[in-house]
Ligand binder design. Structure first.
Ligand code: M6R
Length: 626
């Protein structure tokens, strides 16, 4: 939530900062702002409520001359404290108007700090928690032990702050320098030639450099055009504790590539995302075929001795977690509990050294999931992260990591990340099964080969796009859509409903089909669209026949049935008002196929209703506050 960027170099900072904000707008789009430091020591600030386009229009109107300078920073906001107005937009300045700040996160002790400032006669000009930080730095710079020392002033304030934050400070008397710091929210340094960047994520500067340094917890960095110096909040150098890395994708991955929306591009990238997530995770050795994880700090012995598994995640990642349960329990006979990360630590779950906690997060920075990981570690459980963002906080704090290699996901709705997470779950399940001996190496090899065949099948499901979009346009103005599934089709139904809610702002609910007669069937009325995910007729016959009965029941009560079923499943045809056919796949892997039409459906309904599918209202891509 909130995207921040800073630049020090030799080029026009405004252009670089605005471009970076455009790429990070998915992190929040309630307001945007920039602060540019001219060589003469003038600090020019502009900020505007609403989308970045509003800020750009304002900048164009006021003329860019004021913003000539080679040091600058910018912010795109997802509001936490204070309404999304001009007055609450970042950057904020201190009373001297010389110090500016942008912030991502929440300063939890802002109330006493605000009172302290008010008592000192400072007049606060916004409703944000952020503003206290800039006034405190201004005061520390003006008088007292850190007077005149910008870095020492900023560090002295950082030591006083509680909560989760990335903060970036500039000072009009110190052009050519930016100070940034992080606790729990992300901050990456982009290392260029004669220019340096800092940002919430690498998409901000991928156009200019692929060399990056990930800051650790409670670290601060001072950047100039030619240097970056990382310290703790006491100013001690932390050489060796940062993590330099080279970004292994390029600008094209962070651009729409001819699509109207990132989401549409990301849906099409799914075959590649599933394939890339599998690459390098299967080797043949003297014991036969083996699954290997990315960063494995768990001993084989530990994998053998776990006696239960918890999966924790939020939103779509939680739905991926629900699917993990079916595979892991089936392959390993280990009990698996799947829990919303936001609930996990508040109910005192039973965790110990023999518990494996699998934390699933595309961003690797979701606050609820991060706190669940920390809680699990406090209780001595071992944590394995499934993550799409190299080096993010959740994988950093975990004992083992499996990266979903699907490239940056910029549309707020999870699509390719979801499919890659589901794929990664299978790898975790197989790794556990091989370690525990519940699957022989040749069985592991067979499952892996089936998985490797899935990307081609996902590509074939994409061909249903025109049919799905036509149905979506017909239904674009209905008030409600229900989704039904059984077994692995149930989490798919939940995911389909979530996509429709978040993108089309339409009432949608997913149900386990067996629950229909326990209440939800009362919702069925003439013409109500119900999307049904049919299990494979080649899987457990009972599942298929029960769902068939459920479709009959709702059709008899007037529902319009839109059925996703395997090609050749003719038994379902008479009960489907619309039949969307997907290729046949092993039961556990079918969600990799059946989810895709639901993503296309939600995107099309949203577009037909005139909504921006990349930036749905009230949402942001990374939820870094609880
Ligand atoms: O980055 P994470 O995977 O931790 O994010 C979790 C959820 O916020 C995310 O999946 C969210 O539900 C998506 N907007 C769903 O499309």
């Amino acid at each position: 939530m909130c995207g921040i960027v800073g630049y020090v170099g030799y080029r026009d900072a405004l252009g670089i900062v605005v471009d970076a904000l455009r790429r990070m707008e998915y992190r929040g789009y309630d307001s945007a702002g920039v602060a540019i430091l001219g060589g003469s020591g003038a600090l020019a600030v502009e900020r505007k409520a609403g989308r970045l386009a509003n800020l750009e229009a304002e900048l164009a109107e006021s003329g860019n001359e004021r913003f000539a300078g080679t040091t600058g920073m910018g912010h795109t906001r997802w509001a936490t404290h204070g309404a999304p107005t001009d007055r609450n937009a970042h950057p904020h300045r201190d009373v001297t108007e010389k110090v500016a700040v942008v912030h991502n996160g929440i300063i939890e002790n802002f109330a006493p700090l605000r009172k302290e400032l008010e008592q000192a006669g400072v007049e606060l000009r916004s409703d944000t928690d952020t503003e206290v930080a800039v006034h405190l730095v201004g005061l520390a710079y003006a008088a007292g032990p850190t007077a005149g020392d910008f870095v020492a002033s900023a560090l002295s304030v950082l030591r006083r702050l509680e909560g989760a934050f990335t903060l970036v400070f500039t000072h009009a008397d110190h052009p050519g320098m930016i100070i940034a710091a992080r606790r729990s929210t992300p901050l990456v340094v982009g290392v260029g030639v004669d220019e340096m960047f800092i940002a919430s994520d690498v998409t901000a500067f991928i156009e200019h450099t692929r060399e990056a340094v990930e800051l650790g917890q409670d670290q601060a960095v001072v950047i100039t055009a030619n240097s970056y110096a990382v310290t703790d909040f006491d100013g001690n150098a932390v050489d060796g504790k940062t993590r330099p890395f080279t970004i292994d994708w390029d600008l094209a991955a962070a651009e729409k590539g001819g699509h109207d929306y990132f989401m549409l591009k990301e849906i099409e990238e799914q075959p590649a995302g599933v394939a890339d997530t599998l690459i390098g995770h299967f080797t043949v050795d003297e014991r036969g075929g083996r699954i290997v994880l990315d960063e494995q700090r768990l001993a084989e012995q530990e994998l053998r001795e776990f006696d239960k598994v918890f999966v924790v995640a939020c939103g779509s990642s939680y739905h991926a977690g629900l699917l993990a349960k079916y595979a892991i329990e089936h392959w390993t006979r280990l009990p698996v509990e799947v829990e919303l990360a936001s609930e996990f630590r508040y109910r005192d779950p039973v965790l110990d050294r023999s518990t494996l906690v699998v934390a699933i997060s595309q961003s690797g920075e979701t606050a609820d999931t991060l706190e669940a990981v920390r809680h699990a570690k406090d209780q001595k459980a071992r944590v394995l992260a499934i993550c799409n963002t190299n080096g993010a906080q959740i994988p950093r704090e975990s004992d083992a990591v499996l990266y979903t290699r699907t490239g940056p996901e910029i549309g707020v709705a999870s699509t390719k990340a979801f499919l890659a997470q589901v794929t990664a779950n299978f790898l975790v399940g197989l790794a556990l099964a091989q370690a525990r001996g519940t699957k022989y190496p040749d069985e592991v090899a067979r499952e892996f080969a089936e998985l490797e065949a899935m990307p081609k099948l996902v590509a074939r499901v994409l061909e249903t796009g025109p049919q799905v979009r036509a149905i979506a346009r017909e239904l674009a103005h209905v008030p409600t859509v229900l989704f039904l599934g059984r077994h692995v089709g149930y989490p798919v139904a939940l995911e389909g409903a979530l996509k429709l809610k978040e993108l089309a702002y339409m009432h949608a609910e997913g149900f386990a089909a067996g629950e229909l007669k326990h209440g939800p069937i009362a919702l069925i009325e003439d013409g109500l669209p119900v999307i049904v995910v049919m299990p494979s007729p080649k899987g457990r016959a009972v599942l298929h026949s029960k769902l068939l009965s459920n479709i009959r029941e709702i059709q008899a009560r007037g529902a319009r049935t839109i059925v996703i079923a395997e090609e050749g499943d003719d038994t379902v045809r008479p009960f489907a008002d619309d039949l969307i056919e997907i290729p046949s796949a092993p039961t556990l892997f079918q969600p990799l196929l059946s989810t895709v039409p639901l993503q296309i459906f939600a995107a099309e309904v949203a577009q037909a209703r005139g909504y921006d599918v990349d930036k749905p209202r009230n949402l942001a891509k990374s939820v870094t506050v609880e």
